[in-house]
Design a protein around this ligand. Structure first.
Ligand SMILES: Nc1ncnc2c1ncn2[C@@H]1O[C@H](COP(=O)(O)OP(=O)(O)OP(=O)(O)O)[C@@H](O)[C@H]1O
Ligand SMILES: NC(=O)c1ccc[n+]([C@@H]2O[C@H](CO)[C@@H](O)[C@H]2O)c1
Ligand SMILES: [Mg+2]
Length: 203
């Protein structure tokens, strides 16, 4: 039974969730883990010396729980798919005696490649980037569960992004960078094709 884990990382508002949702619809037997689902409750988020709640750091997330979720998929992708309402092809069903099905997991989030226990699980790492101005513009149109207080982007979000990105680049892991300014269709086609190549090389 073949299993592939794909990381869709990148800057906030780079288009990770948009791209992931499209891939999940077209890739076979494809489950997804969204890092944003693992944010701690607001009262557990540290307030920094700058007065901002520190949302854009790894300790704002329950990473242990995220690891366990990924492990759950690794141990039994069929069960994971069923419990998450993902349809399986006949080849990927447990009833297939050959067990020839391919299972795919997409892990999507803004801090994927800065957390040791999850660094080596990926068969492929993508990273969506957009420049400062575009990121700030897109972010200003969004409302999170806790809306951004004035100054959060320049005071916390962007500086943390630059810090994490530097750490990631220094870690020497193989990452494929994507230009998030491209159209949704262009990005989808590029990554879909890239994944098809990955699958060919793995089979
Ligand atoms: N290729 C694109 N070109 C222009 N705008 C895009 C593109 N992809 C997504 N968007 C828009 O940018 C915003 C962010 O997209 P999305 O939510 O997919 O990003 P994200 O990386 O998941 O952000 P977050 O940090 O909130 O998780 C949304 O308003 C979305 O409609
Ligand atoms: N999902 C949340 O609970 C939440 C709350 C406040 C801020 N955020 C932002 O989400 C982005 C990652 O997708 C980060 O840049 C957080 O600032 C998320
Ligand atoms: Mg998102």
């Amino acid at each position: 039974k073949m299993k592939i884990i794909i990381g869709i990382g990148g800057v906030t508002n780079g288009g990770k969730t948009t791209l992931t949702n499209r891939l999940v619809q077209t890739l076979p037997n494809c489950c997804v883990v969204h890092q944003d689902d693992f944010f701690k409750k607001t009262d557990q988020i540290e307030v920094g010396e700058d007065g901002f709640r520190q949302w854009d750091v790894i300790t704002a997330l329950d990473m242990e729980s995220m690891v366990n979720t990924v492990k759950g998929w690794q141990e039994n992708p069929v069960k994971f798919a069923r419990s998450h309402g993902v349809n399986l092809s006949p080849e990927a069903e447990e009833s297939n005696p050959e067990n020839t099905g391919l299972h795919i997991l997409i892990v999507e989030g803004f801090l994927l490649y800065n957390y040791k226990p999850l660094l080596d699980i990926y068969d492929k790492r993508y990273f969506l980037a957009i420049p400062y101005e575009e990121c700030k513009r897109r972010r200003s149109t969004r409302t999170y569960t806790i809306p951004d207080p004035p100054g959060l982007f320049d005071g916390h979000v962007w500086p943390m992004y630059l810090k994490h990105r530097k750490e990631m680049e220094n870690s020497g892991d193989c990452i494929e960078y994507l230009d998030g300014r491209k159209s949704r269709d262009e990005l989808y086609n590029e990554v879909y094709e890239s994944i098809q190549n990955l699958l060919l090389n793995n089979s």
